[in-house]
Design a protein around this ligand. Structure first.
Ligand code: NAI
Length: 810
């Protein structure tokens, strides 16, 4: 009795943990059942790779080999894409309910095999069983359940839309199975078929998932899983019969994929790196903050794209917080991932461990102060201790580069404005968390941080109902939620056109007469002695080079002259567009009022604009008039939308709310199509400015005078200076300058019926510079058709979703 009492008091004294190992036996049995070797899963069958090349999969905590997998070749990729293509018509033709049943079956199957998957994930990746068991795998199941719902509701909630087609999905090693779920669930719900490539370090749970899907009766070819390294990924990206690529991984590879898919017509979503700020104001609850930091940077050994890796603390509490953090770090436990009592497991691979070590050394060399707890990590396996840097300069390498390891850098700030400036002082924009007990301050700061997710007094919360994805060089597109579903859908009318880029056979574009069909009687012409200047910052300015270009109508008749814009003019226009950023803060109501006013002022000049269109294009008077009327209607459409393009409140399973806010992209560059010179121009400008963006527009290259006439409409309609900037000249070279410009946030490039070539591809390639979002309309559109010329598609392109998580309760 005495002994027992002593024992308990001793335990209280030392607070030692005993080992609590999870058994690896079921996984070892499962691996042995496969002879520790896996084929690739193509067309519903397990097949050997064409070239017979393999590589080993290693347990990073023990350095033991777990299995051998196939290094898939280009021929294997081709077979997988063909299988997905063959399976597509039948899968896409299923009712939403039938697809929902399949997704539901996958969710159930994941739950049935939850522990096997959790242990396998832990052994393959090195992350702790606590995380795989309590977070990764439950979220995987949740993702399939949630998307079973979207499959059921697709036709009702996304009318006029269907699947994109065959999608290639390439995922990283940090959340191997969770990334499978994030990619596969929405793609299947929308009716696509898939070729999935897991990361080379961690392919096993994806293969186990393929096996589970096979058992659950997913039709052959709907999901194909091929293993391999970056060369396999590249073959998938380059395959001509893939309609979309969805990628999660490093910004470096994201950039390569952006360039590789440029001009191919493939849809693309990229979820890339981050250097996310963790902002602590001095009224925050510091004990909660400490636990928040643990979750932010030591969760998954810091190998998290949205890790809160930059701790920004208000000066008054910085010292106190750092002291508390060090005390907490002393108590963190790094060890065998299958021990249920460890906080941190192993780093995924030696190369990653070396990268972390290299960057930490660099931090020390550059003068920051490094601190690690006094205990030592296990020596077998690839472990790295939690690490804290103080005295870090904002320009230091470790403050700028994604370390992707358990390394936190801290800096201090004095005012909220300084906090926002520091938070945004990175090319990334994936996530942020903000800690303060003052809700007003939190909700003031959250919208100012450039990030796709902002967590208030919490961090690293994820759910299938809430979109996840980045701003700026953290990529574009969202995963999860309604916003994530759009990534896997496209309008029916677009699919009806056929898949060949430039295939316009079935397009009902109003025909502009060619030179042979010009009416013999000349149309009345406006005076030719006006040379339109450029429109920058609300002023009409001469082009930098002082050249102008002749604008001719049918039969070569001169109808006017416009300025020949160049690189410098674009730069000036971008600067003016940035200076008008206050437009984003105007209320939707105000923006709507101004758009109505533009419409009103245009309607007073219908005849003048119609005759200009006739003069430039030679189209019949009724047709020109119809274009002006349609333009007025379009302005009304976006005046209506300006205060109605609401965000959403997502229903996530926390006590609190998640606000999905539609935020403007920033500065959008617009390269207008050649035809419908007034209507197409307004169809692009109006949704962009209705949602709070400012724009630099390049009007129709052959017919720019409707846009230059429009200056005076803008000037008389209270549109603030710099909101709309217009640069006339050679469309594709100017669009390229916009795409290369690092201060432009998005570029839209539209081919017309008459023009159209490589310009859009060049824009996509060049956009890789700052990973700006691009929207390239290769197919000419019928701008008169409301399905093609207006609506939510345009509003979505003009905005990016920020999810703000606000838990409540004491
Ligand atoms: P990675 O970006 O090279 O790999 C991600 C996936 O892309 C893997 O499946 C890989 O096989 C594939 N891939 C590689 N090159 C490709 C190509 N040219 N075309 C198509 N697919 C290709 O990431 P890696 O090398 O594993 O890690 C390097 C660094 O990237 C890490 O240290 C970390 O900083 C960062 N990273 C960031 C992630 C994030 O979610 N933000 C995830 C993984 C890594």
């Amino acid at each position: 009795m005495k002994e027992t009492t002593l024992g308990v008091s001793e335990i209280f004294e030392t607070m030692e943990y005993g080992p609590a190992p999870e058994s690896d036996k079921p996984v070892l049995d499962w691996l042995a059942g496969h002879n520790h070797a896996f084929g690739i899963y193509v067309g519903g069958r397990w097949v050997a790779g064409e070239q017979g090349k393999h590589f080993d999969v290693i347990n990073p905590a023990t350095t033991q080999r777990l299995a051998r997998v196939v290094q898939a070749s280009a021929a294997d990729v081709d077979a997988a894409v063909r299988a997905a293509r063959e399976a597509l018509p039948a899968w896409a033709a299923l009712t939403g309910h039938t697809r929902a049943r399949h997704l539901y079956a996958l969710a159930r199957a994941v739950q049935k095999h939850a522990r096997l998957l959790a242990v396998l994930e832990s052994m393959d990746n090195g992350k702790s069983i606590r995380e795989t068991r309590d977070l990764d795998i439950p979220l995987v199941a949740r993702h399939f359940y949630h998307h079973a719902g979207w499959a059921q509701l697709r036709d009702a909630e996304f009318p006029g839309h269907g699947p994109v087609g065959v999608v290639g999905q390439i995922i990283p090693w940090n959340f191997p199975l969770l990334m499978v779920a994030w990619k596969v669930a929405p793609a299947l719900a929308a009716g696509n078929t898939i070729v999935l490539k897991p990361a080379e370090f961690t392919p096993l749970t994806a293969l186990a998932f393929a096996e589970i899907a096979q058992q659950a009766g997913l039709p052959p070819g709907v999901l194909n899983v091929i293993t391999g390294d970056g060369t396999t990924g590249k073959a998938l990206v380059d395959h001509p019969d893939v309609d979309k690529i969805a990628f999660t991984g490093s910004t470096e590879v994201g950039r390569i994929i952006r360039q590789a898919t440029a001009g191919s017509g493939k849809r693309l979503s990229l979820e890339l790196g981050g250097k996310s700020p963790f902002v602590v104001f001095e009224d925050a609850d510091l004990d909660s903050v400490v636990e928040g930091v643990v979750d932010a940077i030591w969760f998954n050994q810091g190998q998290v794209c949205c890790a809160g890796s930059r701790l920004l603390v208000q000066e008054g509490v910085a010292q106190r917080l750092i002291a508390k953090l060090r005390a907490r770090m002393e108590k963190l436990r790094v060890g065998p991932p299958l021990d249920k009592a460890v906080d941190m497991g192993a780093i995924v691979a030696p190369v990653q461990l070396e990268r972390i070590r290299g960057l930490v050394n660099k931090g020390v060399e550059e003068g920051a102060k490094m601190w690690q707890p006094s205990w030592a990590c296990p020596t077998e396996g690839y472990f790295y201790p939690p690490t804290l840097f103080t005295d870090v300069s904002p320009a230091a390498t470790i403050a700028q580069v994604e370390i992707f390891g358990p390394v936190l850098v801290s800096m201090s700030f004095r005012t909220p404005a300084e906090a926002v400036a520091l938070a945004n002082n990175t090319p990334y924009g994936l996530a942020a968390s903000v800690w303060t007990e003052n809700i007003n301050l939190a909700l003031d700061v959250a919208p100012q941080i450039k990030a796709g997710v902002v967590w208030i007094n919490c961090t690293n919360l994820f759910d299938a109902a809430s979109g996840f994805g980045g701003y700026r060089e953290s990529g574009f597109g969202r995963e999860g939620g309604r916003e994530g579903m759009w990534e896997y859908l496209k309008p029916d009318w677009e699919r009806e056109l056929g898949s060949g880029a430039g295939d316009t056979r079935s397009l009902a574009v109003p025909v502009e007469p060619t030179a042979q069909t010009i009416p013999s009687s000349p149309v009345p012409l406006p005076p030719i002695d006006r040379t339109a200047k450029l429109f920058i910052g609300g002023k009409q300015v001469r082009p930098d080079q002082g050249y102008s270009r002749r604008i001719v109508g049918p039969g070569g008749r001169l109808v006017g002259e416009v300025g020949e814009g160049n690189r410098k003019d674009i730069r000036n226009a971008v600067e003016a567009a940035h200076a008008a950023a206050a437009w984003a803060r105007a209320s939707g109501h105000q923006r709507g009022q101004i758009l109505y006013y533009v419409a009103e002022n245009l309607s007073a000049r219908v005849d003048e604009f119609a005759s200009r269109i006739r003069a430039m294009t030679g189209r019949p008077p009724s047709d020109a008039r119809r274009e002006v009327d349609a333009t007025i209607a379009r302005l009304f459409t976006y005046a209506a939308w300006a205060d109605k393009y609401d965000g959403q409140v997502h229903d996530v399973p926390v006590r609190g709310i998640t606000l999905a806010m539609n935020e403007p992209m920033g500065v959008i560059g617009l390269a207008c199509p050649e035809d419908s010179p007034l209507l197409a121009f307004v169809s692009l400008v109006a949704p962009a400015i209705a949602t709070g963006n400012t724009v630099v527009a390049i009007p129709s290259e052959p017919h720019p005078l409707s846009a230059t006439d429009f200056y005076s409409v803008l000037e008389t309609s209270d549109v603030p200076a710099g909101v709309v900037n217009i640069i006339t000249g050679a469309k594709d070279p100017l669009a390229l300058v916009l795409a290369e410009h690092l201060d432009v946030d998005a570029v839209w490039h539209c081919n017309g019926r008459t023009g159209g070539g490589e310009g859009g591809a060049a824009v996509e390639r060049a956009s890789a510079g700052n990973m700006k979002r691009t929207w390239v309309l290769t197919h000419p559109r019928d701008w008169f058709d409301v399905r093609q010329g207006e609506g939510r598609e345009f509003l979505r392109e003009a905005t990016q979703v920020k999810n703000i998580w606000i838990p409540y309760g004491e």
